[in-house]
Design a protein around this ligand. Structure first.
Ligand code: 3PY
Ligand code: MG
Length: 235
């Protein structure tokens, strides 16, 4: 079963209001981007304290123990770790994200401050969805080893970084015969691991879905704002 029921919206702007407004429009999930977007730690904490957690994914700045611990303490149920290039990096992320005996996360049920129930370590481990980003030639090369790491729930592809790393561009990568993007989807599915991708536009979202991707970010808040503004000016 797919992680999310429909296409997602990617948020660069750190706006609880945009999140609240768009969350009523039927997107299947919302990605909050701390790596390239404006989301600060304070904003993530306030949004996770009030927003329904189930369909929010937080893309972290890095896979460091500190960044992973921060987002989970703040109440994130799904974290996306960028640039996971080796099995070792995947193992470090999986370890940081779960409490013993499945990992080495430090106890931090900060969301209890906002009235959320305190999850037991087991409940927190079970609830967590950990996605690792494949977005480099090295990550692609090490895909099988990365997928072999216990505790990785899904893969999220960053096609822009991947294309740059492979010396091509996203549309060529999507259109390529024997595309590495198709290889990633098939390899994940062979191991019963779901695979998502940042698409950034509905047409690219369709292209990813045609390659078998389970969950895609179909648009960005900034993209929609610009497109809407341009359309208003034209008409
Ligand atoms: C990429 O395409 O590299 C991304 O990280 C998308 O945000
Ligand atoms: Mg990237």
């Amino acid at each position: 079963m797919a992680l999310y029921s429909a296409r997602g919206l990617w948020h660069f702007l750190d706006s609880p209001e945009i999140l609240a407004t768009t969350s009523k429009l039927g997107f299947g999930w919302h990605g909050l981007d701390m790596q390239h977007g404006l989301w600060s730690e304070a904003r993530i904490i306030s949004v996770l304290a009030t927003a329904p957690g189930g369909n929010i994914a937080v893309r972290l700045r890095s896979g460091s123990y500190a960044d992973i611990g921060f987002a989970l303490d703040a109440g994130a149920a799904h974290i996306i770790v960028p640039m996971v290039n080796t099995a070792e990096e995947a193992r470090e992320a999986a370890d940081a994200a779960r409490y013993a005996p499945h990992g080495a996360r430090s106890w931090g049920p900060m969301s209890a401050l906002f009235g959320e129930p305190v999850l037991t370590p087991q409940e927190a481990n079970d609830r967590l969805h950990l996605s690792v980003m494949i977005e480099s030639a090295e990550g692609l090369e090490n895909l099988q080893a990365i997928l072999g790491v216990a505790g990785i729930n899904s893969v999220f592809v960053g096609p822009v970084d991947l294309a740059m790393s492979l010396g091509t561009d996203v549309d060529s990568l999507l259109a390529a015969k024997d595309s590495p993007l198709a290889f990633i989807a098939k390899t994940c599915h062979d191991r019963r691991i779901e695979v998502g991708a940042f698409a950034g536009s509905p047409s690219r979202a369709s292209a990813f879905e045609a390659l078998g991707y389970d969950w895609v970010a179909t648009a960005t808040d900034m993209g929609l704002l610009k497109a809407g503004a341009a359309q208003a000016l034209e008409s």
